[in-house]
Every structure is written in structure tokens, then in C-alpha cells.
Design a binder for this molecule. Structure first.
Ligand SMILES: [Zn+2]
Length: 452
């Protein structure tokens, strides 16, 4: 913008030397000067292409000879400092200078405009990603299958960045193989509360499983579903042991890798609610350990890593190592143990793998099974049956729309592009002000878990 305004006010036929601290500007300028005309495809990917177009138009029209020179930024160069101040002031003007794109009729490019205010003169795919990803994320957290952790989500107890890291974590030495797909698949099912517990199997194979609510195989006190995993009384002793060991391991790990490790550390770890094992009987649903069981990373845990490990790369690698050990003990003591008990129970009912595999084939032409009279409220279980016709509307449509009309603006402001992904700011956005849990009936975007 600075270069453009300088060229606008310059007289015809003259030589101009511009000193700038932006190496990026110089590279773009020189590349385009050398290569001549940029193709529309290249141009549409370039940030601020309208401004650049106008700059080259002016150079041609006014017959200017422009050279760019690099000065180092923040080096007490008085002119550069003044330019910085002007640029900062310019960022706050109420009426920004907008290049009129109609000026470029001869290039006949198709432009995308934002709210009919301004053309999006940058890579539209990347730009749109910043709008769409939060919408997908919202749909995910509105998903009724996640209602057991609703309060945790609202309170910001889940560290989504680290959860994402964990879901994609690969400790194999190859980038893809069957084992890895299976591991990642099981993590995704567990954290979305769609792991095939008995209630889900019952829905999928209604003729194989007995009708009615089937109680937990371990405690027989509650319905066997995803929510109950971790809350089961039979799990609580294992959870306590796991948490006590994890607290100990975490302390050792931080002491070994951080200069700041000291006597306060032990106290800090002890006071984290995640490592609070004073609950009697079953694990309370509000306990951060419940998130852990379901492969979601509690912010309580990442807080320690963020405070004590400054280097980002090291932090992630230490975390992944620590967390994968922790999770494999949770999987072994809770999920796998539970699964083998369920398997034993299934074999007493002669429910076999093969029967499930050929279920659709065998029951294809038979009338649907009788409705289950003892079934609890259908809203409680994940269901793929729509009782009303689903009308296709625009993508990401939801009843009631957005509560907060400015959410898009916050999410798409350029700051996110420069200082990390929008998920980093999730906790500051105040999700409960947007459209969190506005509608739980909306299930067509179910189980989307993509928060890249
Ligand atoms: Zn139980």
C-alpha cells in the first residue's frame, strides 16, 4: 500500500528509488518485473493482487523506472520508523483505501467479494478455510453424541491443538500402514463417542442382540454406551492408579527436560484437578480424567507442558511420547479389558464376527425388526434414522443461524494467518456466545472431526 500511494503521487517519466523493510515486497516486485505478465491463476493466489496490479499499471502508464532497496526493519532508521508509524495508523482508519476492481475490466478475472464490500484479493481457498473450519468445528461440538462432554467444551477444558496432535500422532516408522489406520480410527471413534459399545451394536445388528436396554457388562448399573466408559465403578481403581503414575511420570519428564523444574513443580502437579484422585466410587463426569479416557487432551495437562517447556517442537515431541504411554495404559486397562468382557458375553449369546459380517446380506429382504418397546428415549443414543425428511439446503445451514454476527469477522481477521491457527484462539473466542448447542437435532454433519 505504501508503494502504491507513493507511485500514485509521483510525476510522469521519472526514476524512483523505494526503500522498504519488506523483503517479501521486493521479491514479489522483482519476480513480476522479470517474468512480465502473471497468469490469472498465479495472480489469484497472490495476496493483495489488486494492489500489485495497480502498481504495475501505474508504472506502465506513467513510464516510471522503479527500483526497490532493502533496509533492515526496527534498526532505528528514522524514515523507516516513520513509515512504520504511518502503517500502524493506517491499519486503524475507519474508511480503508479500497482499490476499485472494476478498473481491471480488461483482465476479466472473476472475483469473489466479501459481503459486497471488498474483493477478496488473496488465495480464496486459504481464506475460505478460515471461515469453513470453525463452522465444521461448531457442527462437531454441537453434535449430540458429544453431549457427555458438553460442559467440558464450554469451559474450555479440552486443548484442541494437542488433541489434534494426538489424533494424528504416529509412532510407527512408516507414514501409513494398516495398524496406524486402525489406531487412529479407534482414537477418533473414542473421542467422538461413537466407539461400537453395545448400544451401537444393538442399533446396527438389531436381530443379533437382545432387545431392551443392555446394562454395562462390568457393573450392570447403567446402560452400556460410550458415556459410561470411564464412569463405570469398575474402572475407577484403574483410573486412580493410572493418574497417580502419570503424575509421577510427568514430574520426572519435566525435571529431566526443563531448567525451570524445581520444588514448586511437584506442588503444581499435585494441585492440578486432573491428578486429583480423591473421588470415591466412580470417576465424576466433570473430572478432567474423563476426557483422558476418551482420548481428548485436558488443558490441565498441556498447561504444564506450556509453562515448563519453552521450545515448541520439543514440547510437542515430549508431550506425544508422554501421552502415548499414558494412553496405551488407559486403552489396555479400560477399553481392551472392557472389550474382551463384552466379547465373552457375546459368545454366550452366540454373536460371532461372521454373523456380523454377513448380517446385511442375510437380513436384506426381511421385514424390519419390531420396534423395541423397552428402548429408552431415542434422543439419548446416536441414531442414523431420520424421522423427518431431510431437506438439502446450503452447506452448514443450521436452524436459527448465528447468534453472533461478528464471529466470522473475528475468525477471518488476518491476525490468525500470522500468528498461528485459529484453534489457538478458540478459548478466547467465547464459543458459548456463538451458536454452541443451539440445535442438537442437526445431525447431518455428524462426527466430523477435522480441525486442521
Ligand atoms: Zn459399568
Amino acid at each position: 500500500m505504501g508503494i502504491l500511494t507513493a507511485l500514485i503521487v509521483s510525476p510522469f517519466n521519472c526514476k524512483i528509488n523505494i526503500y522498504t523493510d519488506s523483503a517479501n515486497c521486493i521479491t514479489i516486485f522483482n519476480t513480476r518485473m522479470l517474468s512480465g505478465v502473471a497468469s490469472p491463476r498465479q495472480k489469484l493466489k497472490q495476496s493483495n493482487f489488486l494492489i500489485w496490479d495497480l502498481i504495475f499499471f501505474l508504472i506502465e502508464e506513467k513510464q516510471l523506472l522503479v527500483s526497490l532497496y532493502k533496509v533492515s526493519g526496527h534498526s532505528n532508521n528514522p524514515y523507516n520508523d516513520e513509515a512504520d508509524l504511518l502503517a500502524k495508523a493506517g491499519a486503524h482508519v475507519i474508511e480503508p483505501i479500497i482499490v476499485n476492481h472494476k478498473f481491471f475490466v480488461k483482465h476479466s478475472l472473476g472475483f469473489i467479494s466479501w459481503n459486497r464490500l471488498h474483493v477478496v484479493d488473496r488465495n480464496v481457498r486459504k481464506w475460505a478455510d478460515n471461515v469453513i473450519q470453525p463452522l465444521i468445528f461448531n457442527s462437531m461440538v454441537n453434535n449430540k453424541a458429544l453431549s457427555p462432554i458438553k460442559q467440558h467444551i464450554i469451559d474450555g477444558d479440552i486443548d484442541w491443538t494437542f488433541t489434534n496432535e494426538w489424533l494424528n500422532f504416529n509412532d510407527q516408522d512408516v507414514p501409513c500402514n494398516a495398524k496406524l489406520s486402525k489406531q487412529q480410527g479407534s482414537r477418533i471413534k473414542k473421542c467422538n463417542f461413537i466407539y461400537p459399545t453395545i448400544d451401537i451394536q444393538q442399533r446396527n445388528y438389531p436381530r443379533l442382540y437382545p432387545i431392551g436396554s443392555i446394562p454395562c457388562i462390568e457393573c450392570a448399573n447403567a446402560r452400556d454406551d460410550n458415556t459410561h466408559v470411564g464412569l463405570c465403578e469398575e474402572h475407577s481403581i484403574h483410573i486412580k492408579n493410572i493418574l497417580i503414575r502419570a503424575a509421577h511420570d510427568l514430574h520426572d519428564l519435566i525435571m529431566k527436560n526443563s531448567k525451570d523444574g524445581n520444588s514448586i513443580l511437584e506442588e503444581t502437579i499435585k494441585n492440578i484437578s486432573l491428578f486429583n484422585t480423591s473421588f470415591v466410587d466412580a470417576l465424576p463426569q466433570s473430572h478432567p480424567g474423563y476426557l483422558l479416557i476418551h482420548h481428548l487432551v485436558p488443558s490441565d495437562l498441556t498447561k504444564i507442558f506450556i509453562i515448563y517447556i519453552n521450545d515448541k517442537k520439543l514440547r510437542f515431541s515430549l508431550f506425544s511420547k508422554f501421552f502415548s504411554t499414558l494412553m496405551s495404559s488407559i486403552d489396555a486397562l479400560i477399553w481392551t479389558r472392557r472389550a474382551s468382557l463384552v466379547k465373552q458375553w457375546e459368545s454366550t449369546l452366540s454373536i460371532t464376527k461372521n454373523k456380523k459380517r454377513f448380517y446385511r446380506k442375510r437380513h436384506k429382504n426381511r421385514a424390519p425388526p419390531p420396534p423395541d418397546p423397552g428402548a429408552p428415549d431415542h434422543n439419548l443414543s446416536p441414531s442414523r434414522h431420520y424421522n423427518s425428511r431431510h431437506f438439502a439446503t446450503i452447506p452448514y445451514y443450521r436452524d436459527g443461524g448465528f447468534n453472533d454476527n461478528f464471529a466470522h469477522i473475528r475468525w477471518t481477521t488476518s491476525n490468525y494467518l500470522h500468528s498461528g491457527h485459529w484453534t489457538t484462539y478458540r478459548d478466547n473466542i467465547g464459543f458459548n456466545n456463538i451458536d454452541l448447542f443451539l440445535t442438537l437435532q442437526n445431525s447431518f454433519l455428524k462426527n466430523v472431526f477435522d480441525i486442521r
